[in-house]
Design a protein around this ligand. Sequence first.
Ligand SMILES: Nc1ncnc2c1ncn2[C@@H]1O[C@H](COP(=O)(O)OP(=O)(O)O[C@H]2O[C@H](CO)[C@@H](O)[C@H](O)[C@H]2O)[C@@H](O)[C@H]1O
Length: 638
Amino acid sequence: MGSLQTSTNLSNKSCLCVSGRGVQGLSVVRQVGFSWLLQGQRKSRKIQSLCVRSSFSNGGGGSAPDEKVSEGLLLGAERDGSGSVVGFQLIPHSVAGDATMVECHDIEADDLSEDAEEMEKTPIKLTFNIIFVTAEAAPYSKTGGLGDVCGSLPMALAARGHRVMVVSPRYLNGGRSDEKYANVVDLDVRATVHCFGSAQEVSFYHEYRAGVDWVFVDHPSYHRPGTPYGDIYGAFGDNQFRFTLLCHAACEAPLVLPLGGFTYGEKCLFLANDWHAALVPLLLAAKYRPYGVYKDARSIVAIHNIAHQGVEPAATYKNLGLPPEWYASLEWIFPTWARAHALDTGETVNVLKGAIAIADRILTVSQGYSWEITTPEGGYGLHELLSRRKSVLNGITNGIDIDDWNPLTDEHIAAHYSINDLDGKVECKTALQKELGLPIRPDCPLIGFIGRLDYQKGVDIILSAIPELMQNDVQFVMLGSGEKQYEGWMRHTENLFKDKFRAWVGFNVPVSHRITAGCDIIVMPSRFEPCGLNQLYAMRYGTIPVVHSTGGLRDTVKDFNPYAQEGKGEGTGWTFSPLSSEKLLDTLKVAIGTYTEYKPSWEGLMKRGMERDYSWENAAIQYEQVFDWAFIDPPYVR
Ligand SMILES: Nc1ncnc2c1ncn2[C@@H]1O[C@H](COP(=O)(O)OP(=O)(O)O[C@H]2O[C@H](CO)[C@@H](O)[C@H](O)[C@H]2O)[C@@H](O)[C@H]1O
């Protein structure tokens, strides 16, 4: 697996070599992006004269040393109503011969060498048309970390000059959450999707916010009570249908939606998040490219959680809208031991597997997890396939929305504070104790947990540790929803330890902010954690994470060492391994001891966590590197 370089200059140099003869190896240039690139540095006459050498003509973005400049692509100038150049568009060679479409001026040799020198010195950045496809995007829809990431990473990329569209369903459940779509408008564009033996009409809604085109696919199957995935009776039985629709619609969106007057067009990069969007790379390769559409697009599958793969009976393959000959890409046969009964042949289709096999690149949300999924323990059956595609697999640690999660401005918390003035944190703690009906005791260590109540999050480990933990002078608050057995256990435990334990069963974002701010310790005994966001939120709020040493938790929490840095200490929390309630208890006891007896050390822990950079900026730069790589190579499946 290649390691990521975070230097944009370096990455640009490696993928884009500019000379007086043109731009070599250029894969795709977004209109506005290229004008930004040249902004203020080049005379318009010279801009219009740029010739681009590219191997688009032979179907890919790889450099072709022998190609002559005259055979390459041209940048056609686009003008606004007043005639000013607003951007440039690559004109394929076939069209470039048409003199009416291309402005190509004579350039003197001196001008060129002057230009070449100038451009060699100038950091050059490619910008892309990026289409996020996701089942959830905060604030419109969120059941977990996927919503957070797809709600904030697009804005970070847009701020860096990319044109970004996020495509997700327009969920309406008749409740207050419908208000989140209050500002979206019907684009009055319809598309017909052929799948599940029928022709389904979807429509598109849109909001332009924070530089991003938020596009919502509308269909009656997205309008029902519950969460995006299910209701009180469990997961919806037609989720395969609902997300198949989403993927088809997302592939149409760049072609048919005139956003801001222009469609995104075919030369775009699809970022398909998790299994719900995993059909996208397959549709590009199987449905569009054979007809010459999306020849120059690329796809990346982003894995936020490999435990969910979109596996359904093999008989459903015909419903997906893929040609029959593509069946093998999705085919997935369960081992004998995992079959339900004697007549079960174990034959299924697995859309995430298909995407991993077909996408141009694969991303996970931390480097640790990108390794873990190539192991039998972490790959959930896909480790061999992922190992085979290791050369295009990378991990990029998630950032967080630092405006939404900012203890200095957070609208949900009782008092504001910062690294320079921590007083407000104690107020947040006492306010939380009051809100939850716990004894108001600023000195008592307050431990929190926020998350889905399921196997991944290690709720059973907490459950086993609680009786002994409650023997100590601590308070514990849990916010979560999920498996009924754990919800019941939380309520029962609250009854047993009325002065020490509080259960908040449900999903409540403001409460999650108040717990993050009010607690001293956040505990995350996750079995696996692709990245994990709560430990990042916690550290930003001066709340110390105690986490199982796995995936993104291991990557982001640095163990406390009081003796390092000439006694000043280092580290931002505690990691523990192996995963057991005993080990969790031992580690919590060390943390509690540090909290009660070593106040300066505790403050050091808090401040080191708070001063770290959690913004999306770093991650966005690394995403750009991966986008560059995606376009350097020809499409994996042509
Ligand atoms: N009851 C509740 N009330 C309010 N808010 C709640 C809540 N339960 C959870 N949340 C919130 O949902 C988010 C959960 O994010 P995580 O990253 O911890 O986990 P998740 O497993 O959903 O995400 C997957 O995708 C993300 C994003 O890539 C990875 O970080 C992660 O490891 C992977 O499992 C956090 O913002 C958390 O505060």
